[in-house]
Design a protein around this ligand. Structure first.
Ligand code: M6R
Length: 618
């Protein structure tokens, strides 16, 4: 989704703004722009440049711009088009009729049509098709009607008239020592430097400058000058909030020696999982320690049903969680797409828990599902990576993933970390409900070995590359799995789709005969997840059915299984572990396969088309 950066301070704003939006590129965008306020000249002026396409196009344009773009305050934006094509005119920042106020926005203004019609009647001239542009003309209008208004006073008036979601940064040539930032359901964090402030859609853009962060809450307006900031809410009440220190290093948000963030993050999985498990496994006692759940442990003991709501890959982690919770904690569990859950009038019972899973902690549908449950007084728990994100703040309790920023649009380390945490949660709940000490020990001991087992799988990288070379030209794939690995078949297919643009379907292998088998032929390969577990024999039958229709097969199997080698074209081995933990291993070769097919087909892996990392609009 869109990325926003704002800067005010003692340094030249332009390089900081461009650097900031480059860090946010991973969020997905199709056009970009920057506006800088030169506050060190007699009549302060705002210079701007916008362009369709990538940031390098914008940079070239700026290099050829006669007036230059100079100043110590400014705003920049990467746009992911919603209203109007991704062209230069629709790119942000937008400006008022006199080009004095400039604004960049992430989110959607729902009632923009009627507001726009009103402003046009008053003589405002619009240049773009965006919903955003109304905001800047509304600010101008407030200023016209109330000439004494400060920028933040005008902003407050405007915010009370609009419906929708917004993260905003605003500059005004008439108040050159000020930058106003506003947050409402679109993430915005405030970094506090030494005599400077930098605001951005997420913390990764601030790491170069500061670790001191204030997380703005919904409905808050921050007024920044180089020396100080103040925050107030829509009721004009002043808000005091201590800055938090963010632990992420600058390096963790960089690619290092890897060609893509996706590959880096696939290889980071052993360490990411270690971080998710650190201090949480009490193997001797067969217990887990989840500090974030202690305040609600009595309520968890009484829980009679878990409902999991999430989107995309996080949803598929939830589907694995469903199997784990039911088998090991004995709690009925249901999983729903957050985007459906929010609209289907869910019927809650008294001792239900809503568990939301979200790497970013900002996914709009997941947040809406959470709010729906909260409104019904249901206990809400989160598994979230981004500290201080909306979902992390609004859930009653939760578990942080601690995996560092996940930059790649294709989620990998957040998925395996979420599976590890779901396993921890199942032990926590299971031990409250009569899971034996032996079982608790067994699961925690085996879970602790997972990082090393992933390291072993990563050694098959070259073999997987060779397989990808053989199959990169196929245009359709079927992914099959059963039980714990049914959601992994879907996740493998999702990875291939988003990273290589190849059509892939993920199915429960038992469903194959009910439809998908009709498509199988020698041009339609199947990726079959068949570890040596309780459903292995059934998977072998499915493999035979695919073979009988001359479908090529790539199998994921357990080390030592020689039989499968005789019947399929390719085998990628994973080490032996508990059945419930196999998804954390079996997904890794599928991530690598999707990655290599994408690379071989020339896809821009870290910025796949049409996708956004953090889906903050519906
Ligand atoms: O930040 P979240 O975990 O809430 O994101 C949910 C999905 O948007 C995300 O997992 C998406 O499906 C990924 N692109 C998949 O790789």
């Amino acid at each position: 989704m869109c990325g926003i950066v704002g800067y005010i301070g003692k340094q030249k704003a332009l390089p900081i703004l461009l650097d900031g939006i480059k860090t946010l590129e991973y969020r997905g965008y199709d056009s970009t722009g920057v506006a800088v306020l030169n506050n060190k000249i007699n009549a302060p002026k705002i210079y701007y440049a916008k362009s369709a396409g990538r940031i390098n196009v914008l940079e070239e344009k700026i290099a050829h711009q006669k007036n230059g773009i100079d100043g110590f305050a400014g705003i920049a934006h990467t746009r992911w088009a919603t209203h109007g094509e991704p062209n230069e005119v629709n790119a942000h920042p937008h400006f008022d009729c006199k080009k004095q106020i400039f604004l960049a926005h992430n989110g959607i203004i729902e009632n923009y049509k009627e507001l726009k019609a009103n402003l046009i009647k008053k003589g405002h001239k619009f240049s773009s098709e965006t919903d955003t542009e109304v905001l800047v003309h509304m600010l101008e209008d407030e200023r016209n009607e109330n000439p004494g208004f400060l920028l933040e006073e005008a902003a407050l008036k405007v915010l009370k008239k609009i419906k929708g979601t917004y993260g905003l940064v605003i500059i005004d040539a008439r108040e050159p020592e000020k930058l106003v930032a506003v947050r409402n359901f679109s993430p915005l964090v405030l970094g506090i430097g030494d005599g400077e402030y930098i605001v951005a859609s997420d913390a990764s853009a601030l790491l170069k400058y500061t670790r001191q962060i204030v997380f703005l809450h919904d409905g808050e307006i921050a007024v920044l000058t180089p020396e100080k900031h103040k925050i107030f809410n829509l009721r004009s009440e002043s808000v005091t909030r201590e800055p938090e220190k963010i632990e992420w290093t600058e390096e963790i948000a960089k690619k290092g020696d890897f060609p893509h963030f996706m590959l880096k993050e696939i290889f980071e999985q052993p360490e990411a999982i270690e971080n998710s498990l650190r201090g949480r496994l009490l193997s001797k006692e067969g217990l887990v320690k989840l500090g974030g759940l202690e305040s609600v442990q009595d309520k968890l003991r009484e829980a009679e049903r878990i409902i999991i709501a999430a989107c995309g890959t996080a949803y598929l982690a939830g589907r694995v969680g469903e199997y784990i919770f039911e088998e090991y904690a004995g709690i009925p569990t249901e999983v729903d797409f957050a985007s459906e859950f929010r609209y289907r009038k869910p019927v809650f019972r008294k001792n239900d828990i809503l568990l939301v899973i979200s790497q970013s902690g900002e996914t709009a549908d997941t947040l809406a599902a959470l709010r729906e449950a909260k409104q019904k007084n249901i206990l809400t728990i989160g598994i979230v990576n981004v500290v201080g994100s909306s979902i992390a703040r609004e859930t009653d309790a939760g578990v942080y993933q601690h995996i560092g920023p996940e930059i790649s649009v294709a989620s990998t380390k957040a998925f395996t970390s979420a599976l590890s945490i779901l396993t921890l949660f199942s032990v926590f709940l299971g031990r409250q409900r009569g899971m034996s000490l032996t079982m608790g020990r067994r699961i925690t001991e085996e879970l602790g070995k997972i990082p090393d087992l992933i390291k072993q799988i990563l050694k098959s990288k070259d073999q997987i590359f060779e397989i990808a070379k053989k199959y990169e030209s196929y245009n359709n794939f079927l992914y099959l799995g059963r039980k714990y690995n049914m959601p992994i078949a879907q996740e493998g297919a999702l990875k291939l789709k988003e990273i290589s643009y190849v059509h892939a379907e993920g199915y429960g292998a038992g469903e194959m005969k009910h439809g998908p088998i009709a498509m199988i032929n020698k041009e339609f390969p199947s990726v079959v997840i068949a570890p040596s577990d309780s459903v292995y024999e059934k998977m072998i039958s499915n493999i035979e059915e695919v073979k009988a229709r001359r479908g090529p097969i790539i199998a994921i199997a357990t080390e030592g299984n020689k039989e499968i080698k005789q019947i399929v074209e390719e085998v990628i081995y994973i080490p032996k572990t508990l059945e419930m933990l196999t998804p954390i291993l079996s997904v890794v070769p599928l991530q690598l396969f999707a990655y290599f097919v994408g690379v071989l087909r020339g896809v821009d892996i870290d910025q796949p088309k049409n996708l956004a990392k953090s889906v903050t609009v519906e």
